[in-house]
Design a protein around this ligand. Sequence first.
Ligand code: GRF
Length: 205
Amino acid sequence: MRVAVMASGRGSNFDALHRSSLDPVNPAEIVVVVSDQPGAPVLEKARRFTVPVEVIDPGTRRGAWSQAGVGAALDALRRHRVEAICLAGFMRVLPSEIVGAFPNAILNIHPSLLPAFPGLRAQRQALRAGVKVTGCTVHLVDEGVDTGPILVQRTVPVEPGDTEDTLANRILEQEHRAYPEALRALAEGRVTVEGTSVTLAPTLT
Ligand code: GRF
């Protein structure tokens, strides 16, 4: 399965997805990294692994995309014959044209146990709420923000004295396990979606 990673920043999840895709039994192949940030460290990481990169200009600083921006993104995805997309710290909501072009084939990772703490600074939201357990979620992307059927969740404890950073790092370790696991299940055709419920069939190996 030909996969695009869309990312705006650091790229540690790209790194984890790419490493796992190098396993010859994993049918997921990262064929392009698409970013809206020309200076994003993820692009440097991709180049180091000789993964092609595409920088797109959504055309507006925030929120809605311009028509040209949508066209450029779709064009890049088509040129690389992309079949599935992993959002990995991509700081924009995808427009309906892109979501509609990849039904049940766009994944996102979020640093909380959704539906708790959607949106920005999920770790800070968790600390403020005083929860004792949080984690990460990989879900299919619909047109909402951090909504969509859930594929994989992993939990971490919130420790006394945690800061946003210490908690984020603990969650990130689990993100790097959950995301490759979810993508591989998708690529192996083990994902069944019924309404808001997703079933992952057991791995064959
Ligand atoms: C991760 O915490 C992810 O859950 C969120 O954005 C962050 C991206 O980190 N959506 P990285 O760029 O993959 O290191």
